[in-house]
Design a protein. Structure first.
Ligand code: IPE
Ligand code: IPE
Ligand code: MG
Length: 239
């Protein structure tokens, strides 16, 4: 795979990705929506390979939102079970590649203990890896994360006058994670759907028409090339 447009000295350190369009991909083929989720798996691992290839250090993917519980029970059950089986099947391979696996989201009672255990085992096994941190947002919602941060700040007895943006940032689920430089959403939808609300304040947004199961590293590279053509200003002016 050639990388004609990418400046390898200016690759985004953190890419966040809303993996969207699995259901439509399946429906267009006359398949059940769950077949789309299965097909999305190859896209995810190709994206991971692509990220490793160009030196992205943090990749965060949205796998299940706090709002996805409103889907039909059979689809929710499939997604929970599917994610557990992926972890068991791919954990060692990720570890061999130097990937640190992490999970962000609510650990509520609707998640089976076996799934939480798989997540913990994978996180512990890969904790020392530093080549790429793959954070899987599971039962994740940006508003839930910020709400939880507020609870933690209050519980710690921090006084209102002492609260800064850093205080909020350091009480989020993953305080050591840098903000995403590049945000990608597939499937042609132009919305955040409650993903990393605090952290994407200054991310560059790239929306792709491809459905997630058709995504591959080539799309990642195109998004990175687009990112490199952007001028990031952070509210300032060019001097
Ligand atoms: C994204 O694909 C995967 C999850 C939300 C788990 P969708 O299932 O949302 O697919 P569409 O958007 O219905 O096509
Ligand atoms: C966002 O996609 C959640 C994930 C990709 C896991 P959705 O398909 O759930 O978002 P909406 O419903 O289109 O906003
Ligand atoms: Mg969707």
């Amino acid at each position: 795979m050639s990388l004609p447009d990418i400046d390898l000295s200016a690759v985004p350190a953190h890419v966040a990705c809303v993996m969207d369009g699995n259901g439509r991909w399946a429906e267009r083929r006359g398949l059940p929506r769950t077949a789309g989720h299965e097909a999305g798996l190859d896209a995810l691992f190709d994206a991971v390979d692509g990220a490793l290839e160009i030196g992205v250090q943090w990749l965060t993917v949205y796998a299940f939102s706090t709002e996805n519980w409103s889907r039909p029970r059979s689809e929710v059950r499939f997604l929970l079970e599917f994610n557990r089986s992926i972890l068991g099947a791919r954990r060692d391979e990720m570890h061999r590649r130097g990937v640190r696996l992490r999970f962000v989201g609510g650990r509520d009672r609707r998640l089976a203990r076996g799934l939480l255990k798989e997540m913990d085992t994978a996180a512990e096994l890969t904790a020392a890896n530093r080549r790429l941190t793959l954070t899987v947002a599971f039962n994740y919602g940006g508003r839930a994360e910020i709400t939880e941060a507020v609870r933690r700040i209050v519980a710690a007895g921090i006084q209102p006058g002492e609260i800064t943006e850093d205080t909020v940032g350091s009480h989020l689920f993953t305080p050591d994670m840098p903000d995403p430089d590049l945000f990608i959403r597939t499937s042609g939808e132009y919305r955040l759907s409650n993903f990393l609300l605090w952290q994407v304040a200054y991310s560059e947004m790239v929306f792709l028409d491809v459905l997630w199961p058709d995504f591959s590293r080539r799309h990642l590279f195109e998004a990175v090339a687009e990112y490199q053509r952007r001028e990031r200003r952070f509210g300032g002016v060019d001097q």
